[in-house]
Design a binder for this molecule. Structure first.
Ligand SMILES: C[S@@+](CC[C@H](N)C(=O)[O-])C[C@H]1O[C@@H](n2cnc3c(N)ncnc32)[C@H](O)[C@@H]1O
Length: 289
């Protein structure tokens, strides 16, 4: 197991706190990645030809991985504009989804969309933080965090909150981007260290969330989860996203200043990130020491 150190991982590097995620999404306003609907994920590019297909494929993948059924009560944190909740409701018909999102503007837009579709009895959207949802203990069968846990302060606190929210046997599923390196030494590579610090700040990622897959899995186990699987799907996410940024002017336009910025990040920079699909479940019975 290897905790990340240095400028990216918080060793001798800068320790400026990141931009709060809600500010980032306020700046991005109601700009979404997809043309149809309002998805905000990088997409799962396993045969997808457009960003719309890829965003929906990511949501389908997460729903399938969670094994959503009509018996499930779901808590979905970081729901963006709730496009994913609308999709899962129509596709898998879970009993109820409670969404928790920290960006008030997104919650407002999402509620209006859900109401327009007459789904407010099935999808209950709330403003709040994934690390302190205020929901009761053991209130759901599934917790989902789709491309948002890297923002949480911290991801580890969210693991504890998810364990609290889940009924025994309940499932946690995350699609998550993790900055893992390179790990520039600020004394030897000051420019790279500075750029890494700026990237974490601008992407609203706390340094405490920077660690590789094996540490991620260990932190899930330490939070009391069983059956932990953390699989890298980076090759079905980043190359497709990078290609779409280069080739799809509509995507760049929709992203506004964020798109301008992202377009300038060279593909090599993506090597500093992993993208994982993580699954774990709460034990059926708790062991008491
Ligand atoms: C990249 S977007 C993904 C949105 C959506 N899951 C999707 O894939 O379309 C990240 C989302 O996480 C939300 N978020 C960030 N920090 C959060 C926190 N601490 N608690 C709840 N939501 C948070 C943001 O408001 C935003 O909606």
């Amino acid at each position: 197991m290897s905790e990340s150190k240095g400028a990216f991982g918080g060793g001798a590097g800068m320790t400026i706190p990141p931009l709060p995620a809600r500010w980032l999404y306020r700046i991005a306003s109601t700009h979404a990645f997809s043309e149809r609907g309002l998805y905000l994920n990088l997409g799962y590019w396993d045969g997808a030809r457009t960003i719309d297909e890829a965003c929906e494929a990511m949501v389908e993948l997460v729903g399938q991985t969670a094994g959503l059924t009509s018996a499930d009560e779901v808590v979905d944190v970081g729901f963006g504009f709730a496009e994913q909740d609308i999709f899962w409701t129509q596709r898998f018909a879970p009993r109820r989804i409670i969404g928790v999102n920290v960006t008030p503007e997104q919650v407002r837009v999402a509620r209006a969309r859900v109401q327009k579709l007459g789904l407010e009895g099935r999808i209950d959207l709330r403003e709040g933080s994934a690390t302190a949802t205020g929901l009761p203990d053991a209130c759901c069968d599934v917790v989902i965090a789709l491309e948002c846990a890297f923002h949480f302060d911290t991801r580890e606190r969210f693991f504890a909150e998810a364990a609290r929210l889940l009924r025994p046997g309940g499932r946690l599923v995350l699609a998550d981007s993790i900055p893992t390196g390179p790990d520039p030494d600020p004394w030897r590579q000051p420019l790279l260290a500075l750029l890494s610090g700026i990237a974490l700040f601008a992407l609203a990622v706390p340094r405490a969330n920077v660690y590789p897959r094996d540490v991620y899995a260990a932190k899930l186990a330490a939070a009391g989860f069983e059956g932990v699987r953390v699989e890298s799907i980076r090759d079905r996410v980043f190359p497709g996203w990078f290609r779409a940024l280069a080739e799809d002017p509509g995507l760049r336009r929709r992203l506004g200043p964020v798109g301008w910025l992202l377009r300038r990040i060279p593909e090599a920079q993506y090597e500093a990130f992993d993208y994982v699909l993580a699954v774990a479940h709460r034990p059926m019975t708790e062991t008491v020491d």
